[in-house]
Design a protein around this ligand. Structure first.
Ligand code: TYD
Length: 213
């Protein structure tokens, strides 16, 4: 059984990741590839329970270290109970956010540092990395408008952080793409859903070239 491919979507808030992840899943299924669509934090009952704790913290909120540990714990459960088994069965997995979100949000914007986040990922998930990580980039002012339309005043504990925090998140994703261009595909999030979808599909072709080789 050939192992399936693992694709993650990443980016700051309101970049249209979830829509594009769903469209790519439909497209792969139409090509006859069994595909699992999932998200982080979450994807398994245990990880979804942790998601609730992260996005709506009881009490005064988590310290930076506790927050990073909770994301890593949710990911460990998701990887061992859903992602690895699906890949081993030859299915492709599309994940709306993965470890690069922890690197950008907790490691960079939250100032914990990349080494600690990578260590937690090594302990929790054996350091599993996607075969391809698609970063959807968009203009921050436009994204701000989209988010206000989507969330109003109801943003969660992380989405509701100030603009400076989110600017650091976006800068971190840009830096990751520059540092490891072979692992990432950065696409412009501006334009219609169909235009962005076409850009996603162009990047995903890379994986088919690897499969055919
Ligand atoms: P979600 O509603 O899924 O956000 P979005 O629609 O923007 O993807 O909430 C996930 C939030 O958690 C989002 O603000 C990003 C944050 N996050 C981290 O800070 N670290 C992580 O490792 C992950 C996976 C998400």
């Amino acid at each position: 059984m050939t192992r399936g491919k693992f694709i993650a979507f990443e980016g700051g808030e309101g970049m249209g990741k979830s829509t594009q992840a769903r469209l790519l899943c439909d497209n792969l299924e139409a090509r006859g590839i069994e595909t699992v669509l999932t998200r982080e934090p979450g994807g398994t009952p245990g990880a979804e329970a942790i998601r609730e704790l992260l996005l709506h913290p009881p009490g005064e909120g988590w310290a930076a270290e506790a927050e990073a540990l909770l994301f890593a714990a949710a990911r460990a459960d998701h990887v061992s109970n859903l992602i690895r088994p699906a890949l081993e069965q030859g299915k492709w997995v599309i994940c709306d956010r993965f470890v690069d979100s922890s690197r950008a949000y907790q490691g960079s914007a939250g100032a914990l540092g990349d080494d600690k986040v990578r260590k937690l990922h090594e302990i929790g998930s054996g350091g599993l990395l996607p075969d391809l990580t698609i970063v959807i980039a968009a203009d921050e002012s436009v994204v701000g408008e989209r988010l206000r339309a989507r969330d109003g005043d109801a943003s969660d504990a992380i989405g509701g952080r100030d603009q400076e925090y989110h600017a650091r998140v976006n800068a971190a994703f840009d830096a990751f793409v520059r540092e490891e261009p072979q692992r990432f595909g950065r696409i412009e999030g501006m334009g219609s859903i169909e235009e962005v979808q076409a850009r996603v599909e162009r990047v995903v072709e890379r994986l088919f070239q690897q499969v055919d080789r």
